[in-house]
Design a protein around this ligand. Structure first.
Ligand SMILES: *[C@@H]1O[C@H](CO)[C@@H](O)[C@H](O)[C@H]1NC(C)=O
Ligand SMILES: *[C@@H]1O[C@H](CO)[C@@H](O)[C@H](O)[C@H]1NC(C)=O
Ligand SMILES: *[C@@H]1O[C@H](CO)[C@@H](O)[C@H](O)[C@H]1NC(C)=O
Ligand SMILES: *[C@@H]1O[C@H](CO)[C@@H](O)[C@H](O)[C@H]1NC(C)=O
Ligand SMILES: *[C@@H]1O[C@H](CO)[C@@H](O)[C@H](O)[C@H]1NC(C)=O
Ligand SMILES: *[C@@H]1O[C@H](CO)[C@@H](O)[C@H](O)[C@H]1NC(C)=O
Length: 557
């Protein structure tokens, strides 16, 4: 990362892109195709309440001959201008789209961060609106969706034959994608995205007549966004402004490439479902006649055990459009998702479990998208968003072939993950790593992360997390790399601070962004919301969505 200060003149010389549009900057636009790609920040009104800009950046800041790509930004402006600055936001993934997430998640984001800064969503390289294009299926999204649905979901890791087939299929996927991905895919990785964030901050400073080299990035990253944030802070410690790193991934584990440390607390999160359900009474649809958490656990485990041997057929046309079955992996997939946001999803989990106990799989089939095939070739849609591939390319490039994937090492990894979590270990192991095996792409040396070491950042970093986080609980470890940083915890179950609401958390976070003041050591905030607190009983989770991409990928980081 030697070439930190990128010269604008050089961008301009490679900027003769055919997609460069000349447009007046007052027309409201609703697509990034209508946002000019420029070498400096030029926000134009977009999506009714926002402004958008699209920057042309070098694919490799250390080798300008590699060409350029476009990075998309969407901005929510603080009500009071001038704002205290821009906070770049990343919702996780890898592969999550900030452009999609900022409009959707804005109320939650503002409730946490306050409104003294502009909130800027940036699609990381390769993701959704930002280039370069990652496509293994020649612009035919229905082939991609068919493939994902058929080969990445209907796998039973408990069956040796199914596991072997999965292993070969993931290898085939890598070989296929290596043949079909554009060679620019190697520039899609986390260090390069971190560098793009610096580029944004420098261009913003320039537009405000401030010195480029003093520009700092303000940042809010969740989950995988914590890898991006800590990567930035490790590479550019003197360019760190206010940083909230929420739902903290073990960055060493991520870069090493086996993703083995995520679900350390997942079983604790499932146990809390049993406890909360027992306490909730009627509000928990799965409570039944059980009076203790232990009894509920026994019934719940019984469902999984039965499903492992006896999948449940579903044929009710109100719930599915083709006949299907619900397997233990379908239920484990949903269970994984529910642990991320217990406040809203545990009541649904309780409803599904109550159905499955009676061998009624209709709601589970519907909620998980099983029995709803991807829309077919006649229903043509342009190549859309698919987090699975984005995630794999970014994660695989980042691990840089560190973790050697053989059938034996993968078998070991599955075994190890089951010791981390009996409930979701298998779901976790399948998510990313197997797919890296034959993906023969290598990022340039300048974009390989050199590893974390102790650094002092120009502003202390605020780390955050819940007492029980099913996917990311490495705040102590990561905080230890950044001198002066502080951890703010929330007494909650779920993925990251933002998975629930807390006035206490929000007030510490907002004070930090406004004044730089950190919360006192060992602060643990209460939340405002209790799971199963309202009498919300989900009676019928059945809703057939006919325009579906098929089954939903489980949220990852
Ligand atoms: C549009 O561009 C002009 C000239 O570049 C600038 O003065 C004006 O502030 C811009 N308007 C918006 C809405 O960005
Ligand atoms: C991708 O970006 C578009 C805007 O171009 C947005 O409407 C969409 O929601 C985004 N996709 C996701 C999954 O966030
Ligand atoms: C790869 O992408 C670049 C930039 O978009 C494009 O010019 C080139 O033609 C692509 N190569 C292939 C083989 O598609
Ligand atoms: C995964 O990687 C970690 C290092 O991050 C290592 O300690 C662990 O043993 C590995 N696990 C497996 C199953 O390979
Ligand atoms: C609860 O007990 C009643 C009466 O013994 C029985 O009919 C019912 O099936 C039980 N419900 C569950 C969920 O076990
Ligand atoms: C949180 O703050 C809001 C607005 O200040 C207030 O209305 C609400 O009562 C507070 N909730 C709790 C639990 O303190």
């Amino acid at each position: 990362m030697a070439n930190r200060i990128f010269s604008l003149g050089l961008v301009a010389s490679v900027a003769a892109s055919p997609t460069l549009l000349k447009r007046d900057n007052t027309t409201m636009v609703y697509s990034f195709k209508d946002v000019p790609i420029t070498s400096n920040i030029q926000y134009i009104p977009c999506y009714d309440k926002f402004t958008c800009t699209q920057l042309e950046v070098p694919l490799d800041y250390d080798d300008l001959s590699a060409g350029t790509t476009n990075i998309a930004f969407i901005k929510h402006s603080a009500p009071q201008q001038p704002a205290m600055g821009d906070i770049i936001y990343n919702p996780g993934g890898p592969g999550g789209s900030s452009i999609g997430d900022v409009p959707l998640g804005l109320p939650r984001i503002v409730a946490l961060l306050g409104d003294s800064y502009n909130i800027v969503g940036m699609d990381p390289r390769g993701v959704n609106n930002s280039g370069p294009l990652l496509d293994c299926f020649g612009g035919k999204p229905w082939l991609r969706d068919y493939f994902i649905n058929k080969f990445f979901f209907d796998v039973d890791p408990l069956s040796e034959a199914s596991f072997s087939n999965y292993y070969e299929m993931t290898g085939a996927f890598g070989t296929w994608c290596t043949q079909n991905l554009n060679e620019t895919a190697k520039y899609v990785n986390t260090p390069a995205t971190a560098r793009d964030m610096l580029q944004y901050a420098e261009l913003l400073a320039e537009s405000q007549d401030k010195p480029r080299e003093e520009a700092k990035v303000n940042y809010y990253g969740i989950s995988y966004g914590t890898v991006l944030g800590t990567t930035f802070a490790a590479l550019y410690p003197d360019r760190v402004g206010k940083f909230l790193i929420d739902g903290v991934v073990d960055g060493n584990d991520y870069y090493f490439g086996n993703w083995s440390q995520g679900p350390q607390q997942a079983d604790a999160a499932v146990e809390s479902f049993f406890t909360l359900c027992a306490e909730a009474g009627e509000a928990c649809a799965f409570k039944g006649n059980s009076s203790t958490a232990e009894e509920i656990k026994e019934r719940f485990d019984g469902i999984l055990e039965d499903l492992e041997k006896n999948p449940i057929p579903v044929t009710d046309p109100h719930y599915v459009v083709v006949p299907t079955t619900v397997t233990h992996m379908d239920f484990r997939n949903f269970l994984t998702t529910s642990l991320y946001r217990p406040a809203t999803v545990f009541p649904i989990l309780a409803t599904l479990a109550a159905g499955l106990e009676k061998r009624d799989g209709r709601s589970t089939a519907s909620v998980t998208g099983k029995g709803i095939p991807p829309t077919g070739a006649c229903d043509y849609r342009p190549l859309g968003y698919d987090s699975t591939f984005y995630r794999q390319v970014i994660a695989c490039n980042d691990n840089n072939h560190n973790f050697e994937i053989t059938k034996e090492s993968l078998t070991e990894l599955f075994k190890y993950e089951r010791t981390q979590s009996t409930y979701i270990g298998d779901v976790w192991s399948m998510a990313v790593i197997p797919q890296c095996r034959n993906l023969d792409i290598s990022s340039p040396a300048s974009q390989i992360f050199p590893g974390y070491k102790n650094v002092k950042t120009s502003t202390p970093i605020l780390f955050g997390g819940n007492l029980i986080d099913p996917a990311t609980s490495s705040y102590e470890l990561m905080s230890s790399y950044f001198e002066g940083s502080r951890v703010l915890l929330q007494d909650a179950i779920g993925h990251a601070l933002i998975s629930t609401t807390s006035n206490c958390t929000a007030s510490y976070v907002q004070r930090y962004f406004k004044t730089g003041e950190l919360p006192p050591k060992d602060t643990v905030c209460e939340t405002d919301f209790k799971v199963f607190s309202s009498a919300l009983v989900v009676e019928d989770a059945g809703l057939v969505t006919r325009h579906s991409t098929g089954r939903r990928a489980v949220d990852m980081l």
